[in-house]
Design a binder for this molecule. Structure first.
Ligand code: APR
Length: 256
């Protein structure tokens, strides 16, 4: 079967690699119960993305916050990492992967124990004052009263994740690009990577000579162009199979 052949090829590429970078999107957290953004049941099918435009937020923060709370905070507070996040964490400890670049704001890689995580699109866990830039852990804000405001200057607090029409932190972007430039394998999991500049990472890796392994339930816009080994499988199952080939020791028969 093609999938088994591809899983073996992916495990071989990971074994040989000196520097493996993982690049994840909403699909890796789907099995934790979080919706993806596009496709059936996706967030952008339910919610108009214009609410997440930074200019709209700054004009009507109360209205956007009602939606942010419903779509993100009410869900994220109860969510747990799944097997795919846990296996990546173990692979990090074993030196099989070197870092994770994620577009997810859900903090699940860190909760699973991953040490080197670059949050390209920020995080829901930090709030930042739109007036004086004071930063808060989200637990300091009372989300029963929206929009939450700054204790210092009464300015509106914004989640420290990237809105549409908002620039990424240059420092975070630089770190992500530097990681990809070092990679000889880029393991892409559960993303369509349709937003800039995340969508340029697979191409950059490819241009640097990296092998691109992709795990996704569906082909993505870059599967045909950049992916070398496509594992058409769910993230948790894909990681479980790779883990088995990469980490399980052969059992020694008793007495030997
Ligand atoms: N296992 C693997 N892949 C999955 C699974 C699963 N269990 N479930 C869904 N997928 C795949 C889908 O096939 C799809 O290719 O995950 C991908 C999710 O794509 P998107 O919804 O577009 O999410 P993502 O790529 O993370 O979006 C990128 O877009 O709107 C912005 O800022 C938002 O960070 C987000 C960015």
């Amino acid at each position: 079967m093609k999938i088994l052949k591809n899983i073996r090829a992916a495990a071989e590429a990971l074994k040989k690699a000196k520097y493996t970078v993982v690049f994840t999107g909403a699909g890796i957290s789907a099995e934790s119960g979080l919706p993806t953004f596009r496709g059936e049941g996706g967030i952008w099918k339910e919610v108009d993305p214009n609410y997440f435009n930074i200019d709209f937020f700054l004009k009507k923060p109360g209205l956007t916050w009602e939606i942010i709370k419903k779509v993100f905070y009410d869900q994220l507070i109860n969510v747990k990492p799944n097997l795919a996040h846990h296996i990546l964490s173990i692979m990090g400890q074993q030196g099989i992967i070197q870092s994770v670049i994620t577009q997810n704001i859900d903090h699940l890689h860190q909760e699973a124990g991953c040490k080197k995580v670059i949050e390209l699109h920020g995080t829901y866990r930090r709030l930042i004052c739109t007036r004086c830039s004071t930063e808060y852990d989200y637990t300091f804000a009372d989300l029963n009263y929206l929009p939450p405001t700054c204790f210092v200057c009464r300015g509106v607090l914004k989640p420290d994740f990237v809105f549409f029409n908002e620039k990424l932190s240059p420092e975070v972007k630089r770190r992500a690009f530097d990681e990809v430039k070092k990679a000889d394998v880029l393991l892409v999991i559960g993303t369509r990577a349709e937003v800039y500049p995340a969508n340029t990472l697979p191409q950059l890796a490819k241009e640097q000579g990296a092998t691109i392994i992709e795990i996704n339930l569906n082909p993505s816009p870059f599967t045909d162009h950049y992916t070398d080994i496509f594992l058409n499988i769910g993230a948790a199952e894909g990681m479980k199979q790779l883990c088995r080939l990469l980490m399980c020791q052969e059992e020694t028969p008793a007495g030997k």
